[in-house]
Design a protein around this ligand. Structure first.
Ligand SMILES: [Zn+2]
Ligand SMILES: [Zn+2]
Length: 429
């Protein structure tokens, strides 16, 4: 069996991996890399036309964002995934099409992506690219899956995983069987703080700002962290642990919330029970608000909490808020997620005093806080996850910056054959 990474090799972004042998072939994910400019997978000339089978681990654009272009470039693939992934890919691709620059696909290609999805349930066996395949819960965002492929060898692709479970989701499936594991290593060189610790810090940071009469802005991905943070704030406000202020959701987070609600069967039992048995639907909480005005002036009137896209400050309504609120040291921006190198978000976290928004220089006088409420597994969780896989011999590390993957490899090498693939390098599994 051969493995090639067209993206997602020694980087976070544009995940696209090909598994092939004899007549069998399947592409695992088809993403883009969003930074100051968009980068695509390094597919060879004419490759896209020949892609017939694509399994999508989850809806984040670094795993699905190239699907529109794939269709535009002449591919007529079957796309495999969980139903929630199909729904979320629909809104994320449509949004990317709407606001992206130099987009090379049309709305019709987005509809075609959706039409070409074949959806399966977790653990259900199906055929894909001539292989036997199954999807397992990855615990990362709604509908996120690990992809299991069985041909000459049994291969498990982790996609993005979280082992510990969240307010909305169960942790990823463990103790599976595979000969080889394609493993993400976003936090391969970092232990993530306990969820409790991060949540306590988040709540006290927010309380401090509200008390001072300031606004809290929380940049977030549209799908995943956004919903987790909203649920968390709702729970704390309901219990009285947070003062009652409006919680605004803005940008794609609103739409994604709806899809979470429609696909609530993929959330954990507790959430489903709360909705079904007590008619207490956290998704329609009285604490949630959406802005009424295009210029968002209504949101700026009184102290409140704003959760908005984009998560790394590369675009979206968060920039409007930042422009309006950055001058006042009473206000605070709280980062809860990964800030990739080269992004505006990383600059702010690293202590920049000024940033540019729409060719305008914005002075940052608001407070900056950073904490991790991650949808990924940290170093020892990744190691434990790998060690739980029965029959495992070989590990390919992807979806991480080089230093992170190298540190993760150091420990894993003691027990397994570990490879950190370079882009376009052919690797035998
Ligand atoms: Zn992801
Ligand atoms: Zn990812």
């Amino acid at each position: 069996m051969e493995f090639i990474a067209y993206g997602g090799a020694r980087e976070v972004g544009r995940s696209a991996f090909l598994l092939s042998e004899k007549q069998r072939k399947i592409l695992l994910d088809c993403g883009i890399k969003l930074g100051e400019k968009v980068e695509y997978p390094k597919f060879p000339e004419g490759f896209e036309k020949e892609v017939r089978d694509v399994a999508i681990s989850h809806a984040h654009l670094d795993h699905s964002g190239h699907l529109g272009s794939l269709i535009a470039n002449g591919s007529k693939p079957i796309i495999y995934g969980i139903k929630a992934t199909k729904d979320l890919v629909g809104i994320l691709l449509a949004d990317y099409h709407r606001i992206g620059k130099n987009i090379d696909f049309t709305d019709r290609d987005v509809s075609e992506v959706i039409r070409r999805f074949h959806t399966y349930e977790f653990k259900e066996e199906f055929k894909a690219g001539g292989y036997k395949a199954r999807l397992y819960n990855a615990g990362h965002i709604l509908g996120s899956a690990m992809v299991y492929i069985e041909g000459e060898k049994k291969v498990l692709y982790s996609g993005d995983i979280s082992t510990r479970g969240t307010r909305l989701l169960d942790g990823c499936e463990k103790n599976l069987r595979a000969d080889a594991l394609i493993l993400e290593g976003t936090y391969g060189n970092e232990e993530l703080p306990g969820t409790k610790e991060s949540v306590t810090k988040l709540i006290s940071e927010i309380k401090e700002t509200i008390k001072e009469g300031g606004h809290v802005i929380i940049p977030s991905f549209a799908v995943g962290r956004g919903q987790e943070i909203l649920m968390l704030l709702e729970n704390y406000m309901k219990s009285g642990a947070l003062p009652e202020v409006k919680i605004y959701m803005d940008g794609m987070i609103k739409k994604a919330m709806k899809i979470y609600r429609q696909n609530v069967v993929y959330t954990k039992d507790e959430v489903q029970k709360r909705i079904l048995l007590s008619a207490d639907d956290p998704f329609t909480s009285k604490h949630f608000f959406v802005p009424r005005r295009r210029d968002r002036k209504d949101v700026l009137e009184e102290p409140c909490i704003i959760v908005s896209t984009s998560g790394m400050l590369s675009g979206g309504p968060i920039l409007t808020y930042l422009k309006e609120l950055a001058w006042n040291p009473k206000n605070k921006i709280i980062f809860v997620g990964y800030q990739a190198e080269g992004t505006r978000g990383r600059k702010v976290v690293d202590g920049a005093k000024k940033i540019e928004i729409d060719d305008e220089e914005v002075e940052l006088r608001l407070k900056v806080a950073e904490l991790r409420i991650s949808g990924h597994a940290g170093k020892s969780e990744l190691i434990q996850f790998a060690q739980g896989i029965k029959g495992l011999k070989k590990i390919l590390l992807v979806h991480g910056e080089e230093k992170s993957l190298e540190e993760l490899a150091e420990t894993l090498e003691k027990k397994y054959e570990v490879v950190i693939p370079k882009a376009l390098e052919e690797i035998r599994i």
